[in-house]
Design a protein around this ligand. Structure first.
Ligand code: API
Length: 301
């Protein structure tokens, strides 16, 4: 077994993704390799999407997801679109079924190059999000930050999109909040026993909103797909929007949108958006030592 495997540096609306090809081998990308890759500015990432051989009939691959701090994530919308683009380029196929620890995901690449991922059903039960306290209604939970009589952020909607999310509704520009300061406090708040992804959402019309996310295990990122799904579902659930929403991801580079539909007929959340290949190389999944392909210079920034 070779020590190194192929990887591609990609992004989904600026969410930095390393797609690592682990097919045909039994080992995994280690947390130590993830931390080492993230420490190098050239390979710094938000999530690693490691493609493994399928474990279940009817699936094309098992995907292991790591955050940049080496922890595991159950879902990653932007990364899943990157995996679809990589496998579509390799095989010429357009539709894929993946397995993750959170379940089965179907995804398809469209003619225009955008990719739709069926992210499955949202989960609202307090103990499955999970929250530390029982809430009958998780669409508005008791949690606030800032002065007790004048909180900066309060009463988020909580849910799981495979991974835990809290959505704080704000009236002002999402970029005007000091999310770098509040993010870590909220991610690690005792309310969230498995930590949480923290999103600020400003509803701009019954069909649109702007979001910005502090990601569990990755910090401030340029975009987060599962958070966009969670913001859309939570907005519809609380009557702020309908079930089809365009999400303007405030920090995306270049600026971009994700279209989210919370499908009435089966409760599934469908996320559609772009993915972009940047450059490729090889890495050692045990240590994170890597090298770029010879033609990398032209592509890398
Ligand atoms: N960037 C991802 C989310 C990563 C989730 C991760 N931060 C966690 O739940 O631990 C996305 O596009 O959905």
């Amino acid at each position: 077994m070779s020590a190194t495997v192929e990887f591609a540096r990609m992004n989904g609306l600026g969410n930095k993704i390393l797609v690592v090809d682990m097919r045909g081998r039994p080992d995994k990308v280690t947390p130590a390799a993830a931390v080492a890759l993230n420490a190098d500015p050239e390979t710094a990432f938000d999530q690693i999407m490691a493609i493994h051989d399928p474990k279940a009939d009817g699936t094309d691959a098992f995907i292991d997801i790591l955050n940049s701090d080496g922890s595991k994530a159950q879902a990653c919308g932007n990364g899943t679109r990157c995996v679809v683009q990589a496998l579509a380029a390799e095989t010429g196929r357009k539709a894929f079924t993946f397995q993750t620890v959170a379940g089965i995901l179907n995804a398809v690449e469209h003619e225009d190059g955008t990719i739709s991922v069926d992210m499955g059903k949202p989960v609202f039960d307090w103990d499955r999000i999970p929250l530390a306290e029982e809430f009958h209604d998780t669409s508005r939970i008791e949690l606030q930050i800032g002065p007790i009589d004048n909180p900066v952020l309060h009463s988020p909607s909580a849910m799981s999109m495979g991974n835990p999310h809290a959505i704080f509704w704000v009236d002002k520009d999402v970029m005007s909040y000091d999310l770098a300061r509040f993010g870590p406090l909220l991610e690690n708040h005792p309310m969230f026993p498995e930590r949480a992804n923290i999103t600020l959402a400003q509803v701009t019309s019954p069909t649109s909103m702007t979001t910005r996310t502090w990601e569990r295990g990755a910090g401030l990122t340029l975009a987060c797909g599962s958070a966009a799904c969670s913001a859309a579902v939570s907005a519809a659930r609380t009557g702020r929007t309908g079930r089809r929403v365009m999400i303007n991801v405030a920090s995306a580079k270049p600026p971009g949108t994700l279209s989210i539909e919370w499908r009435e007929r089966d409760d599934h959340v469908i996320m559609t958006g772009p993915a972009e290949w940047e450059w490729s190389g090889r890495l050692d999944p045990a240590t994170g030592l890597w090298s770029g392909d010879a033609d990398r210079g032209a592509e890398a920034q």
